[in-house]
Design a protein around this ligand. Structure first.
Ligand SMILES: [Zn+2]
Ligand SMILES: [Zn+2]
Length: 405
């Protein structure tokens, strides 16, 4: 079967106004991680209308299946919003105060619904099936991906490959960015409490100064980052919050700090847990300060499977033209799609959403984030096109794709 890419593209274009309406409805009613009840109901209504059977996972997650048997391709969209007060003045701006789709998950959800509509037309021709995974709670640990996997979303049918996408304000609307190997970092949260002994600032010798200990720790973490890491492996260890004291003449009892650690290298990540703990305690001992460290382990790094990524890149080029496809520069952001990628070959691509004629737009998680909706045409065409192509026996891909390790 020769795949008619023009047909897929024109279908995406036809349904674009409808998909925009879905996106705006979801945008208007954003819901926080693991509380996406209305969003989940909206998705189920649409799947019912399309006659797509589904199962519910992790309360607000939904997975529908188109076709049956044979090879299975999973497509994933995350559906949750953020605790951000929207400041866009859009006519469909958030009506849920203090909550906003500032990470584009409204578009991810709408595009997957659009892809479902396209794929439904191909149901009779698919040599296998497509699993549509609408995942809750990407923005909040432990993340909805892991929960859905634990509840069996990758079984019955078991996908052979999974594709996902994320909007990217750094690229022009509709352009696809792809990279093999590492694309997103692991992310751990650091919570540090330094308990000293407060004193009059003019009599520091009578206290144990946690502010001084904090200053040494912050500096030492940068030493850990440069002297205990192979410089060829990227890493981040940043203290983002320091709280202690409330007067110029009092040394406080306590300082609290928060921070983040990011990496692509699991071994270094593991080693750092110990180094942070031991070295912090040793440094704090010098000041007679007690140090309590809590490291909340976050998502693992996300690796794109090489053959599957090359496959998607070829499809994207055929479908959207080579000017619309480029190499994505990996980021130290984090994504719980990484959990899917640990189980099966995965490809996570980035979809430009920067409106034409603008050099720089508001970033993800910003209250003014206003992506260009026309990007959804290419986004849903590629989701559907990649699935159709993967299931096409003539491409021979799945018979030769090695399992990734
Ligand atoms: Zn986000
Ligand atoms: Zn996101």
């Amino acid at each position: 079967m020769k795949i008619n890419y023009e047909k897929i593209k024109s279908k995406a274009l036809d349904i674009f106004p409808e998909i925009c309406r879905y996106r705006r409805a979801i945008h208007r009613n954003p819901e926080l991680s693991f509380a996406e009840h209305k969003t989940s109901a909206f998705i189920k209504d649409r799947l019912n209308e399309l006659n797509i059977p589904y199962k519910v996972y992790a309360e607000t997650g939904v997975a529908g299946t188109i076709g049956s048997g044979g090879v299975c391709v999973a497509l994933r969209a995350d559906i949750d919003a953020l605790p951000v007060a929207e400041e866009t003045a859009l006519e469909f701006a958030s009506e849920n105060e203090g909550v906003m789709h500032a990470c584009g998950h409204d578009m991810h959800t709408a595009m997957l619904l659009g892809a479902a509509e396209i794929l439904k037309e191909y149901e009779g021709e698919l040599n296998g099936c497509v699993k549509l995974i609408f995942q809750p709670g990407e923005e909040k640990l432990p993340g909805g991906a892991g929960l859905m996997i634990k509840q069996g979303v990758l079984k019955n049918p078991a996908p052979d490959v999974i594709f996902g996408q994320h909007v990217n304000p750094g690229e022009e609307a509709g352009k696809i960015g792809l990279a093999t190997g590492p694309v997103m970092a692991s992310a751990d949260e650091l919570y540090i409490t330094l308990a000293g002994k407060g004193s009059h600032a003019a009599q520091p010798h009578q206290g144990n100064d946690p502010v001084m200990a904090a200053a040494h720790l912050i500096n030492h973490y940068q030493t850990l980052l440069t002297k205990f890491r192979n410089p060829l492996h990227p890493g981040v260890l940043t203290i983002t919050s320091v709280h202690g004291g409330n007067a110029p003449n009092i040394i406080p009892d306590e300082v609290k700090m928060m921070g983040t650690m990011r990496s692509y290298n699991q071994e270094w990540r593991q080693e750092m847990y110990g180094l942070i703990e031991e070295n912090s305690k040793r440094i704090c001992d010098n000041f007679g300060v007690d140090c309590k460290i809590d490291i909340v382990k976050g998502y693992p790094a996300l690796f794109n499977d090489k053959p599957a990524t090359e496959f998607v890149k070829n499809i994207a080029t055929d479908l959207l033209g080579k000017d619309n496809v480029s190499e994505f520069e990996p980021k130290m952001w984090a994504e719980d799609f990484a959990y899917f990628a640990r189980e099966i070959p995965a490809v996570f691509w980035f979809l430009g959403v920067r409106p034409e004629g603008i050099d720089e737009m508001s970033s993800l998680h910003n209250s003014a984030f206003a992506p260009d909706e026309t990007a959804m045409i290419n986004g849903m065409a590629l989701l559907a096109g990649a699935a159709i192509a993967y299931l096409n026996p003539d491409n021979g891909f799945y018979s030769q794709a090695p399992a990734s390790d």
